[in-house]
Write a protein that binds this ligand. Structure first.
Ligand code: SF4
Ligand code: SF4
Length: 105
């Protein structure tokens, strides 16, 4: 069965099949699934040794790399689980309250 997802933002309840089937793999990229995060990881690039452990362990593929180096965090999809901060051997990632980050903007 092929699902058409390009109109997903307009979906109402009638479009949803019983059982809440996920229509295709990787569809979270279309949504801001990090919007309900309560904690935000903040990367200190000065402390980072580029070991890439955070990239390996992040369950949401939210550590952004370029040329095999960590360059940023994808806040559209990061859920704030804190695994990256726990994993980091250099304490280069600090978890702060999302509300604190929003106030600082
Ligand atoms: S807090 Fe969790 S989801 Fe967000 S970047 Fe770190 S490991 Fe990934
Ligand atoms: S785990 Fe820490 S030191 Fe390693 S790449 Fe990630 S932020 Fe940098």
């Amino acid at each position: 069965m092929k699902w058409e997802c390009k109109d997903a933002l307009e979906w109402g309840w009638k479009k949803h099949p019983l059982g809440a089937i996920i229509p295709e793999g990787g569809n979270a990229r279309h949504f801001n699934t990090g919007s309900w995060r309560s904690l935000r990881p903040v990367l200190d690039k000065e402390k980072c040794s580029q070991c890439l452990l955070c990239f390996i362990y992040c369950p949401d593929s939210s550590i952004i790399t370029r040329d095999e180096k960590v360059v940023d965090i994808d806040y559209e999809h990061c859920k704030g689980c804190g695994i990256c901060a726990e994993t980091c051997p250099r304490n280069a990632i600090e978890m702060i309250l999302e509300s604190q980050a929003q106030k600082a903007k």
